[in-house]
Design a protein around this ligand. Structure first.
Ligand code: FNR
Length: 391
């Protein structure tokens, strides 16, 4: 493949460019998942179980991509999922992604595990930002997060509920991956292959968990993400905590990591209005159901009592359109924009969003549908298996 963002026609091209520009262990942290990575592969492959049923002779001279989610109007049905420690992939990290999201007219989600703080990020963007919460054993920290988000003008809160413990990410374990990345005899040649990345690692302030700087002794040390989260996150989280958090926040609130229709009903009963169907991009429980596979059951379970967002496996505009046909209000992307970030910083994220936007628009036109809000089951069906014409 030729170098440069301008030659990236699709998200997979961005992935290849990011792979070339990042040290192997950093790329593996971005790209990898839990166990045998079965769920990671299926998250995308399961979109192939569906095929489109285009409607012909529809006037599609103008197609509308805008929709509304978490009480916010967005220009396209794609939001940025929260991803921790984005400075690993580019020195501008979360700020680059948030700026690109704002330019594209969509919501950025800042992870609790970010390398820029709630306040630093808010100072750099006036776009809508959702804060993603993990629950530390030290609950006071969570209360403070909520207060800080209110003061900084965050528009929504999202609680990730699929992290009772860290998944077994074997690429990271094998690589001895730490934050910040440790450069030593084992990987110096690999790091020198990425001079731009290495220069910024050595010349910018040390990477740390910016939101808990004053709390964590880890902020000054190297830490393993898996070990850190296992020791600090509270595995005793229940629905009572969800209600407590909603009461503290009193604004648009989403639960991320729902895969079971019973949980979706439970969420609705707890007053949740936004459900994010997700398996954490395959990074937690390998062999968990895939978001696109389970989406129709979740949509049926919640009816019109909540909006449903699909998160996981989106690599093409057609994936977005399929999710919307099956009842999602919008989708979240994680790796798709991180590949862009690794490939070319803020411009790379712009490129990822532009690619998806163009692909969604093209799919709508070819599908004979004038608006993302009009997509429904009439435009899609589950593939019926290979039909061979009898000779
Ligand atoms: C994540 N994800 C994630 N989720 C979350 O709730 N909090 C977090 O801090 C992170 N961190 C994180 C880091 C990296 C490098 C990745 C790739 C993912 C999961 C993320 O929000 C989202 O669920 C998945 O990325 C969706 O799958 P795709 O779009 O990557 O296939």
């Amino acid at each position: 493949m030729r170098a440069g963002l301008e030659h990236c026609l699709n998200i997979d091209d961005l992935r290849r460019l990011a792979k070339r520009r990042l040290p192997q262990a950093v790329f593996d942290y971005l790209d990898g998942a839990a166990g045998d990575e079965v769920t990671l592969r299926r998250n995308h492959d399961d979109f192939n179980d569906y095929e489109f049923l285009p409607h012909s002779l529809v006037d599609v001279a103008d197609v509308a991509l805008q929709t509304r989610v978490l009480n916010t109007d967005i220009a396209l049905p794609v939001m940025m999922a929260p991803t921790g420690m984005s400075r690993l992939f580019h020195h501008q990290g979360e700020i680059a992604v948030a700026r690109a999201a704002h330019r594209a007219g969509t919501i950025y989600s800042l992870s609790s595990m970010a390398t820029y703080s709630i306040e630093e990020l808010a100072a750099q963007t006036s776009g809508p930002v959702c804060f993603q919460i993990y629950v530390w054993r030290e609950r006071e920290l969570v209360e403070k997060f909520i207060q800080r988000c209110k003061e900084a003008g965050y528009t929504s809160l999202c609680l990730t509920v699929d992290f009772a413990t860290a998944g077994q990410r074997e690429r990271d374990l094998r690589n001895g991956f730490t934050v910040p990345p440790r450069i030593g005899p084992r990987n110096i040649v690999d790091a020198l292959r990425c001079p731009h990345w290495l220069w910024h690692l050595l010349t910018t302030p040390k990477m740390a968990l910016a939101n808990i700087r004053e709390h964590a002794d880890v902020s000054e040390a190297l830490f393993s993400v898996i070990q850190y989260t296992r020791s600090q996150f509270d595995p005793s989280l229940t629905w009572d905590d969800v209600r407590w958090m909603q009461a503290q926040w009193q604004g648009p609130f989403a639960i991320k990591g729902i895969l079971n229709p019973d949980d979706a009903r439970r969420a609705v009963a707890s007053g949740i209005k936004t459900i994010i169907v997700s398996n954490h991009g395959g990074r937690q429980l390998d062999h968990a159901a895939t978001p696109i596979g389970i989406l129709p059951e979740i949509v049926a379970a919640v009816g019109n009592k909540a909006e449903v967002i699909l998160d996981g496996g989106i690599r093409r505009g057609t994936d977005v359109v399929k999710a919307l046909c099956l009842g999602a209000r919008a989708v979240m992307i994680g790796r798709a924009y991180l590949y862009g970030l690794g490939a070319g910083g803020e411009q790379g994220v712009d490129r990822a969003l532009a690619i998806l936007k163009q692909e969604i628009k093209q799919a709508l036109m070819l599908l004979g549908c004038r608006s993302v809000q009009a997509l429904d089951q009439r435009y899609i069906r589950r593939r019926q298996g290979n039909c061979r014409l009898a000779s």
